[in-house]
Design a protein around this ligand. Structure first.
Ligand code: ADP
Ligand code: MG
Length: 141
């Protein structure tokens, strides 16, 4: 599906609709330029999955796990120049039994588990973003 949102709240609402379809073990990649709304999207999904803590991009670490009946992992691979087996060893626990959202997935090359949904955000103008959600199975979106 593809839609244009007119506010951060609308982007969060699209994310919440996707979140309702997710199950433990799912990985969602969230791509787009700086400021495109990746973290906003993850925040909307995390809220819908029962996370009440503030959701911001992990700054000093590569990722964060929010505890919930199904924990929600949030990774930002921006600072990762490349990934090797040792680095993957550090990342792997984030995907264990969680629903995981990955910003800058292109920095994870082909080490990341297969994504259940691929989200792409693009700037349209200051307040509008084109949000596309692609998945192999019908997510009913
Ligand atoms: P990223 O993680 O991609 O760098 P953020 O989600 O941190 O982006 O920031 C997106 C910024 O764009 C926020 O300041 C947000 O308020 C603003 N914004 C404006 N319109 C939208 C929209 N339609 N969807 C998402 N964010 C929007
Ligand atoms: Mg971000």
């Amino acid at each position: 599906m593809e839609t244009v949102t007119a506010s951060p709240e609308e982007t969060e609402a699209v994310a919440a609709r996707l979140a309702a379809r997710l199950r433990p073990g799912d990985v969602v990649t969230v791509a787009g330029d700086l400021g495109a709304g990746k973290t906003t999207f993850v925040r909307g999904a995390a809220r819908a999955l029962g996370i009440t803590q503030p959701v911001a991009s992990p700054t000093f670490t590569i990722g964060h796990v929010y505890e919930a009946p199904t924990p929600v992992a949030h990774l930002d691979l921006y600072r990762l120049a490349g990934i090797d087996a040792a680095e993957w060893g550090d990342l792997e626990p984030y995907f264990d039994g969680t629903i995981a959202f990955v910003e800058w997935p292109e920095h994870g090359s082909n080490w990341l588990p297969a994504a259940r949904a691929v989200v792409t955000l693009r700037h349209v103008d200051e307040t509008h973003r084109r949000v596309s959600v692609a998945a192999h199975d019908d997510l009913g979106l």
